[in-house]
Design a protein around this ligand. Structure first.
Ligand SMILES: [Fe+2]
Ligand SMILES: [Fe+2]
Length: 291
């Protein structure tokens, strides 16, 4: 599986940033909260793989690393724009983004490089699990959601699937096999699970509370619990794959969902068609500058 960098510009109508999902503001903000992690998070992933690039001698894996970095860079660029739409709508995306940067800068300073890579493979497993759910079940994004937002997440999910094993293959290449490698990998999954979801929870609440257009602020969280744990059960359905990570011989491609990747090229054509229909002027010049 060879990841390819694709220069994609999904069109995100700014006026829909708070309610682009068909299930309304609360689900929209749950998914928006995930977007806040990407600029700092994906930089961290790229850096922790770059730290070991020189130790990789297999030319295939070296090429995959280049594709992985290229894809994450494109995701970062589009999520910076996405997050700026939240900020422009009066939502506190910038301070939360700074919190993620501070935390990950701290990890960069205090953790050995191997621990940083362990965090990356744990979080890449999370993105792969979320991506797989989204690609398998159309109700995660919804059929009546605003097209551009559904497209940016579907594109991201497809590329996360395409490169899901790259950081893991680097890990297996540079870390000596044995008990220490297994314990570091699995222990990090446990700590990452607690901290990541605690932060998502707090960010989600802050977005909902700051959204003046959102009615029934407290009641709406019932819909989020149903979305995550009932139907469609975004988190509930991830549980088997979360446990799979603890198998000693785990590999991301044990869950073979490569058939989904046939959707990439048609999706990119749709993204371009959507952007053309919306008109080039819809992307504000200030936002272009950020790219
Ligand atoms: Fe990504
Ligand atoms: Fe990724």
């Amino acid at each position: 599986m060879m990841p390819v960098r694709r220069d994609v510009h999904p069109h995100l109508p700014p006026e829909r940033i708070s309610d682009w999902h068909e299930r309304g503001n609360h689900i929209t903000h749950f998914i928006n909260a995930l977007s806040i992690f990407f600029p700092a998070g994906e930089r961290f992933f790229m850096d922790s793989v770059r730290n070991y690039r020189d130790q990789v001698t297999d030319p295939e894996l070296s090429r995959a690393i280049a594709g992985f970095i290229g894809q994450e860079a494109m995701h970062t660029r589009e999520h910076i724009l996405y997050n700026r739409l939240m900020e422009d709508a009066g939502l506190p995306a910038a301070p939360m983004d700074r919190t993620v940067w501070k935390l990950l800068d701290l990890l960069r300073k205090i953790l050995p490089k191997s621990w940083q890579l362990a965090h990356t493979i744990a979080l890449e497993h999370y993105t792969a699990m979320l991506a797989d759910g989204l690609l398998r079940d159309g109700s995660h994004m919804g059929t009546r959601s605003e097209t551009g937002y559904a497209q940016v997440w579907t594109w991201h999910a497809l590329e996360e699937t395409e490169h899901k094993a790259v950081a893991y293959d680097v890990w297996n290449t540079v870390m000596k096999p044995g008990l220490y490698r297994y314990l570091l990998r699995t222990f990090t999954m446990l700590t990452t699970t607690v901290t990541f979801w605690a932060m998502v929870f707090v960010f989600h609440i802050r977005l909902v509370m700051a959204d003046k257009t959102c009615r029934n602020k407290l009641l709406g969280f019932g819909g989020v619990i149903k979305f995550l744990w009932g139907s469609p059960g975004v988190l509930r359905k991830m549980i088997p794959e979360w446990f799979a990570y603890f198998r000693p011989g785990f590999h991301p491609w044990d869950a073979d969902n490569r058939a989904q990747l046939a959707r990439i090229e048609p999706l990119i054509a749709e993204i371009e068609a959507t952007a053309i229909r919306a008109g080039a002027s819809t992307r504000a010049p200030s936002l272009r500058g950020a790219a």
